[in-house]
Design a protein around this ligand. Structure first.
Ligand code: ACM
Ligand code: ZN
Length: 519
């Protein structure tokens, strides 16, 4: 068998042709200059291999054809021995992904000092397995900043990921400017210290941590993502993981506070009070600004890890429960989620929440993001038509150490439940890989946690699982990692990413420790 082409994710169908295409700065390209995808593709090439966009269409060696019979995001890429490259796609997404494939081939062939690069001639026919190919970044535990986010969006596009889920609010920090509520930043964006020495450790480091995005910066990042065919899904957590908001506006909590922006990780008892009328007003006002900033269809409202301790002894929560005839105070979460879901629906948007929100009576339009536990309830909801995104905690949490989630384990993991009958598979929108950052204080650590596992998830998200092949993935990986080297991005070396079995034995225990890459 031929060696696979140096591509990740691998295309669905690759038919090699005899001969080579000679790529150089001298080749003719005369694509309509409105095709912004071509302009950014040319920008991404090494300068000595960047052809000038001309206007002689007869001599153009790279041509794009639109064929609406193809599926959304699908493309064909033909690199032909007669020194022609053809891209056929139904839409600009398909054109973009064809160009990412071509870019990977060119960069793999690149060597400084050469005058021309030899590309294999090939017919590629490609389309994604999943429409939802996501990566989540938690910037609330540790703020990473604009440059890191832009770099990550670049890599996401390169590996054909299309959803950036941005976790912006938490117990430990509120990271997005909201004009109507300035204290969210004045108070909520800073904490005095951070918990070190693991999830079970009591030790704090006494190093203040702060950071937030202005609305202008958010708009800049949203546009940057859109140019890369990436939709941003902002997450505003409610009712739990919201202590930074309570510190800024204590009237949102059951007890009225005072609260602090938390220096500790884990699950906090102080959460938003659904019984206070001000809470709904606050959330709707915040979301109104969020909707202005983020044009995408989906808004994430958290919903995970919300203990009902305070609700049980809160007169306002009890009153709300009586008014709605609910027997168990826990059900107030469904009432709150449905209110917000309906609010979002009236604005043409769809709510996403973590799987703890699942309950009878939940708005059927709300999309569930699955991470852990209660698989039976999840399957019941999926079978009854609810849409789901899969982010299995055991396989796709990038904050886990490699001893727990080795590169090969992540690659080989099949996200769709075996028990789920094929007729319900269309309710799985796709997969997403989160990076929680309790123990990711800097860029070096962030890169090491993400790479190379992001490439394994990207291949699972894109390539039909019957075509996935670990040996081939291993063969292709070095060529793609070379691009990370060029950009000075760190990653776990193969031997660290696939530790020996004696280290993997301790993988689960290591989840509770800090400093070794565990959540
Ligand atoms: C989660 O990891 N709490 C969604
Ligand atoms: Zn309350």
């Amino acid at each position: 068998m031929n060696a696979p082409l140096p591509l990740i994710p691998y295309p669905l169908q690759v038919d090699l042709l005899p001969g080579h295409f000679r790529w150089s700065a001298q080749i003719g390209i005369a694509v309509d200059s409105n095709v912004t995808e071509i302009l950014s593709f040319l920008d991404a090439l090494p300068v000595d291999f960047r052809p000038i966009l001309g206007d002689s269409f007869e001599d153009s060696q790279l041509n794009i054809y639109i064929d609406s019979a193809l599926a959304v995001e699908a493309y064909q890429l033909k690199i032909l021995p007669e020194q022609q490259i053809e891209i056929i796609a139904a839409d600009s997404h398909g054109v973009f992904y064809a160009l990412q494939t071509l870019l990977q081939l060119i960069l793999a062939a690149y060597e400084p000092g050469k005058l021309e690069l030899s590309l294999p001639c090939v017919h590629i026919t490609d389309q994604p397995r999943f429409a939802w190919r996501g990566f989540m970044l938690d910037e609330a535990r540790h703020f990473q900043g604009m440059q890191t986010v832009k770099d990550l969006l670049d890599w996401m596009a390169y590996f054909k990921l299309n959803i950036f889920h941005w976790h912006l609010t938490e117990d430990q920090g509120w990271r997005i400017e909201i004009n109507k509520y300035p204290r969210l930043i004045e108070v909520g964006a800073s904490r005095s210290a951070s918990q070190v020495s693991g999830f079970l450790g009591k030790q704090l480091n006494a190093i203040p941590h702060s950071g937030f995005y202005t609305q202008a910066e958010i708009q800049e990042i949203v546009s940057y993502a859109a140019e890369r065919h990436i939709q941003i899904v902002p997450e505003i957590e409610m009712p739990g993981h919201s202590q930074a908001a309570l510190a800024a506006y204590p009237e949102l909590g059951c007890t009225g506070g005072p609260y602090q922006v938390s220096p500790r990780w884990g699950i906090h008892a102080d959460i938003m009070c659904p019984g206070k009328p001000g809470t709904s007003t606050f959330l709707q006002n915040v979301l109104t600004e969020i909707l202005e900033l983020f044009p995408g269809k989906f808004i994430h409202t958290g919903g995970d890890e919300a203990p009902k301790t305070r609700w049980k002894s809160c007169p306002d929560c009890k009153q709300l429960a009586r008014e709605n005839g609910v027997a168990r105070i826990n059900e107030l979460q469904t009432i709150l989620t449905n209110r917000i879901s309906h609010f979002l629906s009236t604005h043409g948007r769809t709510l996403i929440g973590w799987n703890e929100m699942l309950a009878d009576g939940l708005d059927p339009n709300a999309v569930v993001q699955y991470w852990v536990g209660r698989e039976k309830i999840l399957l019941k909801h999926i079978r009854s038509g609810r849409k789901a995104i899969l982010s299995n905690f055991g396989a796709y949490y990038l904050d886990h150490g490699y001893a727990h989630s080795s590169l090969d384990k992540v690659y080989q993991y099949e996200p769709v439940f075996k028990q789920l009958e094929p007729e319900f598979h269309h309710n799985i929108l796709g997969i997403e890989t989160p990076l929680w950052t309790e123990f990711v204080p800097n860029r070096e650590r962030l890169d090491w946690q993400i790479f190379p596992r992001l490439l394994a998830v990207a291949e699972t998200a894109w390539l039909d699982n019957r075509k996935k092949d670990l040996t081939s993935f291993h063969q292709r990986l070095p060529s793609l990692l070379k691009q990370l080297d060029v950009k000075n991005v760190g990653y776990a070396l193969f031997s660290d990413a696939n530790p020996p079995s004696y280290k993997r034995l301790f993988g689960t225990i290591s989840l509770m420790q800090a400093g070794k890459g565990q959540r």
